[in-house]
Design a binder for this molecule. Sequence first.
Ligand code: AKG
Ligand code: FE2
Length: 328
Amino acid sequence: MPSAIVSNALSAAQRGDIVGAARMLEIGAAGGDGEAAFVLAEWRLAGTAIRRDLGEARRFYGRAAELGIAEADAIYTALLANGAGGNPRDWESALNRVRQQARHDPLVRAERDLIEAMDLDPDGNPAVLPQTHLLNSTPAIRTVKGLLTPAECRFLARVAEADLQKAIVIDPRTGQARRHPIRTAESAGYPFVRERPVLHAINRRIAAVTGTSYEQGEPTQILSYRPGQEYRLHSDAIANEANQRIATVLVCLKDDFEGGETVFPRLGLAWRGATGDALHFLNVDRTLQPEPLAWHAGTPVTSGHKIMLSKWVRARPLDLSGPPGRPL
Ligand SMILES: O=C(O)CCC(=O)C(=O)O
Ligand SMILES: [Fe+2]
């Protein structure tokens, strides 16, 4: 049952009085109604009923968290850690919140231990980076041994198992996300509101090792392949996209499988990493046009379970301003 203020606000919105509804929610939030604060935060995030404003969204998630809404708590921590939407990051506060939540949440305790084992600067950037090895020069394909620790991989795989949904791909004709047999793996996506601090620190490491900024990275996906599942030959570049997907980073999170190699048939290359190893490749040529030689596939797994972290990296920072309702 929503609170009276939230019920009234939702009725007002249904009658078309969005401004009145938002005002009611604001008054409710100021007066200590956590649900009102949460609904307002969601509206500010989605940008459908009212204008998207990620700064305001973060403020109201913070208020809702303060008023005891558990879901808001995790989102607020994520937004402090990553600064999505150009809001100032506050890594130290995000870490303090993790330490606080670790007291009563075993998963957050594991997260805290992983972060504390990392060698990070005060902003959450890695102090040291592993070496990369050049596998192919044009397009550049690099491998990184042990980019993630086995414990980090186990944590991400465990979190993802709970979140897996049937994989989707973007239909190039309609721009709509839909299921497609090109990718039979299941996937879990981690948009900015669900990017817990340990994943954020890992994403900063991925950015650093690939010489890109964190803000160029699309939300991380975790792919799970069971026997028979695959990701058929494809390009990660997008046709007619101004902010092109210039690169892809794959990290092997679970390596007890047969088959399932990542292959570049046009280059005669195949990669199979151990847990924690990464593959980083460019999808474009020097003029940022899609590079046909970078077409690749995840071949069918024949036995066991393959879990991969996958990150697509844009030419420039991702634009989080719109359109309304777009998943962030
Ligand atoms: O799982 C693989 O080996 C390939 C994954 C992939 O191509 C992608 O995520 O874009
Ligand atoms: Fe791909």
